[in-house]
Design a protein around this ligand. Structure first.
Ligand SMILES: CC(C)(COP(=O)(O)OP(=O)(O)OC[C@H]1O[C@@H](n2cnc3c(N)ncnc32)[C@H](O)[C@@H]1OP(=O)(O)O)[C@@H](O)C(=O)NCCC(=O)NCCS
Length: 183
């Protein structure tokens, strides 16, 4: 029997636990989305971001069928980071769009909690959730200069495309049919 990747996983050296993201996390996911888009400084406020449909659609209506995600909490139960994945149709793509059946992930950890392995643990848990849901591929978009690219590359994501100033990266989970993207 496997252990649930998100049920009370304690990270070594830190009082951090992972749990599945639920509908009650919608506002927190929006906070994390803001961190992801503001990784290089304060580009938008939360209100501005939520008025931009091509950005807000990463969290709009959370959770929709097929969405999955993980939240990291500190020892007081406060959320400090999250990673989640959602698919987008071809006529409303995310920045890291590969195909309508390939979920695109978003990842972020609140400032003050970074550099302690939380982002890595969230990503690992998300990948494991994807694998258990028979998701074969996960994509993402990472802007030029964002050091998060090292985290993704270390987990096996590879660059498969380019959109504006960002790379589109893809992880092929074990067992995914290799010709699926070209189909
Ligand atoms: C990217 C992010 C989620 C990583 O979370 P984290 O908890 O700091 O990550 P970890 O402690 O697990 O570190 C994992 C790796 O991330 C890389 N990394 C990510 N951000 C980094 C940064 N600002 N500076 C240096 N390394 C960074 C490093 O390679 C690190 O590995 P290493 O310690 O072996 O060098 C977090 O920095 C964050 O929220 N950044 C702002 C939002 C963002 O950019 N999201 C991704 C959008 S594509």
């Amino acid at each position: 029997m496997h252990t649930d990747p998100t049920s009370g996983t304690a990270l070594p050296g830190a009082s951090v636990r992972l749990r599945p993201a639920t509908g009650r996390d919608a506002d927190f996911l929006a906070d994390v989305l803001l961190e992801a888009f503001n990784w290089n400084g304060g580009r938008f406020t939360s209100a501005e971001m939520l008025r931009m449909p091509h950005i807000a659609h990463y969290v709009t209506g959370w959770p929709r069928a097929g969405d999955f995600g993980v939240v990291a909490e500190d020892d007081a139960g406060r959320p400090i980071g999250a990673g989640w994945a959602r698919t987008f149709p071809a006529d409303d793509p995310g920045y890291g769009h590969v195909a309508p059946d390939v979920p695109e992930l978003t990842l972020g950890v609140l400032p003050g909690h970074r550099g302690r392995g939380v982002g890595s643990a969230l990503l690992d848990a998300l990948v494991e959730l994807a694998a258990r849901s028979s998701v074969g591929l996960l994509s993402l978009s990472v802007e030029d200069g964002n050091p998060a690219v090292r985290l993704y590359a270390a987990r096996g994501f590879t660059v498969v495309g380019r959109e504006g100033e960002s790379d589109t990266m893809l992880l092929r989970l074990a067992g995914a049919p290799s010709g699926r993207l070209e189909a």
